[in-house]
Design a protein around this ligand. Structure first.
Ligand code: ATP
Ligand code: MG
Length: 366
C-alpha cells in the first residue's frame, strides 16, 4: 500500500478534456479529502500537434511511464495527420501500448439498469461480461509491415506467438476467478473466440488456450468461432463471463458489445501490462459534439473506477477498492433512476450535471 498514488492525466482531443475532467472530479470526491490520488495533467494528441508539431512529447511519455496509472480522455482529430500520413494522437495511444507492453485490453460490457439497449425486452437477461482483447500482436501488429503493390495487391501478416497467447489466456482465466460479475448460471467461464477452422494462427491460439485451461479446472472453458460469436452476443449475451480473443477480433466484438449496452459512451477500457495501466473510455474524441458540454461521461468515469480497482488489488489498498465499489454504486443509482442521462442514451443532461449527480450519489467511505 502506498500513501499517495500518482495519476498521469492526459485529457487529449475533442471531448477528451470534458470526460477526463468528469472522471477526475468523481474519483477525487470518492476518495474524500484524504488526497490519496495526486493528479497531474500532461499534453498529447492532435490538437497539441497542430500547435507544436509534436503529438507525443517525451516528457509526457516519461510521466506516464513513471506514474502509478494513466487516465486518458481521447486522442485524434479528423484530418490531423503526421507528414507520413499517420493520425496524430494515434502515436500516443499505440506508443504507450507498445513501449509499456500493455498486452491486455480489458473491455467490460455491462447493461446498467435504466439504459436503453436494442436488446431490451427480448428476454436476453443480464448483460455483464468482459472482453479480453490481445493488444500486442495479431493482425494489427502488422501495421506498416504489410505489402502493397501499386494498388494491385495488399497483404498484412497475422502473427501470433506462444508467449503472447499464453499470457493473454492466463490473464483471462485469472480475471474469471477474481472479477465481480457472474454469468446468468453463476459459473466461471472463459470463452475462446477465434477462427481456428480457417487460419493457423487462430488454431495455435485455440491449442494454447486448451493447454492453459487445464490449469484452471474451476473455470469452464469453451470455444466459439468469431462469426458465430457475433450472433451469440446478440441472442444470448447473458451466457458470457470472460471472452478472450485476438487483437482485431477483440476490436470488432467490443464495438458490437458496446452497442448492446447503450453505445460507446457507456463502455470503459483498460490496457494493462505487468507494470502499467492505461484507462480510458472505449470511444474516440467525438469532435462533432466537443465543446458543447454534452458528452456522456460514464465510460470515462467507469474507466476511473477500473483504475482504482486495479490499483487497489495491486497494492492491497482497501481505500481504493472501496472507492471503486462506491463509484459503481453511484453510477448504478444515477442510471436506474433515469435522472442523469446524456443525449446519446436517451436523456438531455450535460456532462457537468451528470458528474454532479454522481458525486452526490457517492456513499461515504467505509
Ligand atoms: P476512434 O477512431 O477514436 O475510434 P470513432 O471515429 O470511432 O473514433 P468516436 O469518436 O468514438 O468515433 O465516436 C463516434 C460518434 O459517437 C461521435 O461522433 C459521437 O457522436 C458519438 N459519441 C462517442 N462518444 C460519445 C460520448 N462520450 N458521448 C456522446 N456521444 C459520443
Ligand atoms: Mg472507433
Amino acid at each position: 500500500m502506498k500513501e499517495i498514488y500518482d495519476i498521469a492525466v492526459v485529457p487529449g482531443d475533442g471531448i477528451g478534456p470534458e470526460v477526463s475532467k468528469a472522471a477526475v472530479r468523481v474519483l477525487t470526491e470518492a476518495l474524500g479529502s484524504t488526497a490519496v490520488l495526486r493528479f497531474a495533467e500532461y499534453p498529447a494528441g492532435a490538437e497539441l500537434f497542430q500547435r507544436t508539431g509534436d503529438s507525443f512529447p517525451a516528457a509526457t511519455f516519461e510521466a506516464c511511464r513513471s506514474a502509478d496509472a494513466i487516465l486518458h480522455g481521447a486522442a485524434g482529430l479528423p484530418g490531423v495527420v503526421h507528414p507520413d500520413g499517420t493520425e496524430a494522437g494515434l502515436d500516443f495511444t499505440l506508443g504507450l501500448r507498445s513501449k509499456l507492453d500493455l498486452y491486455a485490453n480489458v473491455r467490460p460490457i455491462k447493461l446498467w439498469p435504466g439504459v436503453t439497449s436494442p436488446l431490451r425486452g427480448r428476454e436476453v437477461g443480464d448483460i455483464d461480461y468482459v472482453i479480453v482483447r490481445e493488444n500486442s500482436e495479431g493482425l494489427y501488429a502488422a501495421r506498416g509491415s504489410g505489402v502493397f503493390l501499386r494498388g494491385e495487391v495488399a497483404m498484412d501478416p497475422l502473427v501470433q506467438t506462444r508467449k503472447g497467447i499464453e499470457r493473454i489466456v492466463r490473464f483471462a482465466f485469472e480475471l474469471a476467478r477474481t472479477r465481480g460479475g457472474a454469468p446468468a448460471d453463476g459459473r466461471r467461464r472463459v470463452t475462446c473466440c477465434d477462427k481456428a477452422n480457417v487460419l493457423r494462427s487462430y488454431a495455435l491460439f485455440r491449442e494454447i488456450f486448451s493447454e492453459v485451461a487445464r490449469g484452471y479446472p474451476d473455470v469452464e472453458a469453451e470455444y466459439a468461432l468469431v462469426d458465430a460469436m457475433t450472433l451469440h452476443l446478440v441472442r444470448q449475451p447473458s451466457h458470457y463471463d470472460v471472452i478472450v480473443t485476438e487483437n482485431m477480433f477483440g476490436d470488432i466484438i467490443s464495438d458490437l458489445g458496446a452497442a448492446t449496452v447503450g453505445g460507446m459512451g457507456m463502455a470503459p477500457s483498460a490496457e494493462l501490462g505487468d507494470g502499467n495501466g492505461f484507462f480510458q473510455a472505449s470511444h474516440g474524441s467525438a469532435p462533432d459534439i466537443s465543446g458543447k458540454g454534452i458528452a456522456n461521461p460514464y465510460g470515462t468515469v467507469l474507466a476511473g473506477a477500473m483504475m482504482l480497482d486495479w490499483l487497489g488489488r495491486r497494492h492491497g489498498d482497501r481505500r481504493l477498492l472501496d472507492a471503486a465499489r462506491r463509484i459503481e454504486l453511484a453510477v448504478h443509482d444515477a442510471l436506474a433512476q433515469r435522472n442523469a442521462l446524456s443525449g446519446d442514451i436517451g436523456g438531455t443532461m450535460g456532462s457537468a450535471d451528470i458528474t454532479g449527480i454522481l458525486c452526490a450519489n457517492l456513499a461515504p467511505a467505509a
